[in-house]
Design a protein around this ligand. Structure first.
Ligand SMILES: *[C@@H]1O[C@H](CO)[C@@H](O)[C@H](O)[C@H]1NC(C)=O
Ligand SMILES: *[C@@H]1O[C@H](CO)[C@@H](O)[C@H](O)[C@H]1NC(C)=O
Ligand SMILES: *[C@@H]1O[C@H](CO)[C@@H](O)[C@H](O)[C@H]1NC(C)=O
Ligand SMILES: *[C@@H]1O[C@H](CO)[C@@H](O)[C@H](O)[C@H]1NC(C)=O
Ligand SMILES: *[C@@H]1O[C@H](CO)[C@@H](O)[C@H](O)[C@H]1NC(C)=O
Length: 337
């Protein structure tokens, strides 16, 4: 009986001391207020706010073990432009974690262990550059990146994202570059980029959106993947597992700077691949071992076609393409004279 009562009191003590501890965002760490400044040690930090971080600088980098960024974890820096909380072991970020940061432009959360990007964390932040590379992200809420009017670049490379959600990026009219390298995408769905349809559309020109999707496991691209997208600048799909590029894939896009499908498993290029497109500057086809040649109509649209490491090329056909395009061969497999 006595033992039981003692144990009960012990439990109360343990739960009290744990909740007291959890008041702290972190108990030991450091910060820097410029890239070159020294690390200033800090202890027993309840939140990342002006109370604990003196000065009114434009740069703040934190080094600590911070498993969770709770609501209002980072707040009230009037002049802060650049916030770096990289490699802090963050597992989760709660909605409202970043508040009253009116000047913030760059937010670096690389190399944490975040699994889920929740709605309410980044929405309505006026940042231009968000980086979440090298986390463990597999879930991104459909509305997690909505209403970010100034967002230009987002980096999501080296995560575990297996599904592309066409609902992402609603009302992000400035977004022009998405890094999605080294994830686990297997398909690109119809209208994948519909929310970016008017983005970076330069009047009279066609600057366009750049998409970096290298090193996923993409086997299938829906024929409607780029439907509605008016300006595409770069599409990098190297090192995926594509066997076919659908007909009319880029219909509605006038100019494309780079299409790269290097290191896929393509066996041919369809005559209608670039139907509707006026000009493609560079088309990279290296290391698609089964491709023999490219149809004339495709070559006529492309300024430079890059071949190399392709064992089945029909050199007669490839040389003839030079009438329409610059054939650039990166090896001597099929010397072009
Ligand atoms: C973002 O910018 C808009 C327009 O300047 C402003 O109305 C809004 O309050 C800003 N939001 C935040 C969270 O600073
Ligand atoms: C990554 O997230 C999964 C859950 O989605 C979890 O099971 C796994 O332990 C996490 N890996 C690391 C290295 O944190
Ligand atoms: C590529 O896709 C094929 C099916 O088309 C599959 O059998 C193969 O394992 C995939 N290869 C890789 C490297 O994912
Ligand atoms: C290439 O695609 C074929 C199906 O067309 C598949 O059997 C093969 O495994 C793929 N090769 C690689 C390296 O994934
Ligand atoms: C190679 O291309 C030429 C010219 O396009 C064509 O006439 C010939 O049949 C092709 N050879 C093979 C083996 O496909």
């Amino acid at each position: 009986m006595v033992q039981q009562r003692f144990f009960f009191l012990f439990l109360i003590y343990v739960s009290y001391s744990c909740s007291a501890n959890s008041d702290y965002l972190f108990s030991i760490g450091w910060y820097k207020t410029s890239r070159k400044s020294h690390k200033v040690p800090i202890t027993h930090i309840k939140d990342i706010g002006p109370e604990y971080f003196p000065g009114d600088g434009t740069y703040l980098k934190i080094g600590a073990k911070i498993p969770v960024l709770k609501e209002l974890a980072v707040h009230d820096f009037e002049k802060l432009l650049n916030l770096n909380i990289r490699s802090c072991g963050i597992l989760d970020i709660h909605p409202g974690a970043f508040q009253f940061l009116p000047k913030l432009l760059k937010l670096n959360l690389n190399e944490n262990d975040i699994q889920h990007i929740r709605k309410g964390v980044f929405n309505n932040l006026n940042i231009t550059f968000l980086t979440l590379n090298k986390n463990n992200i597999s879930i991104i809420d459909s509305d997690a990146f909505d209403d970010m009017p100034l967002l230009k670049k987002v980096k999501l490379s080296t995560n575990r994202i297996s599904v592309w959600d066409p609902k992402w990026f609603k009302n992000t009219p400035s977004l022009a570059k998405i890094w999605m390298k080294r994830n686990s995408l297997e398909t690109l769905p119809a209208k994948a980029f519909v929310n970016l349809k008017e983005n970076n559309l330069v009047e009279g020109g066609n600057a366009g959106v750049s998409l970096y999707f290298k090193k996923n496991k993409i086997q299938k691209i829906d024929p409607q993947t780029f439907s509605d997208l008016k300006a595409l600048r770069h599409i990098f799909l190297e090192h995926n597992n594509l066997t076919v590029l659908p007909k009319n894939l880029f219909e509605g896009i006038e100019n494309i700077q780079i299409v790269s499908v290097t290191k896929n498993n393509l066996s041919y290029i369809d005559e209608d691949l670039f139907t509707g497109v006026k000009r493609v500057k560079n088309f990279y086809l290296l290391s698609n071992h089964k491709i023999q040649c490219v149809p004339d109509v495709v070559a006529k649209v492309v300024e430079n076609i890059f071949f190399g490491n392709m064992g089945k090329l029909n050199c007669t056909c490839v040389r003839k393409l030079s009438e329409y395009t610059n054939v650039i061969s990166l090896d001597t497999l099929c010397p072009v004279n």
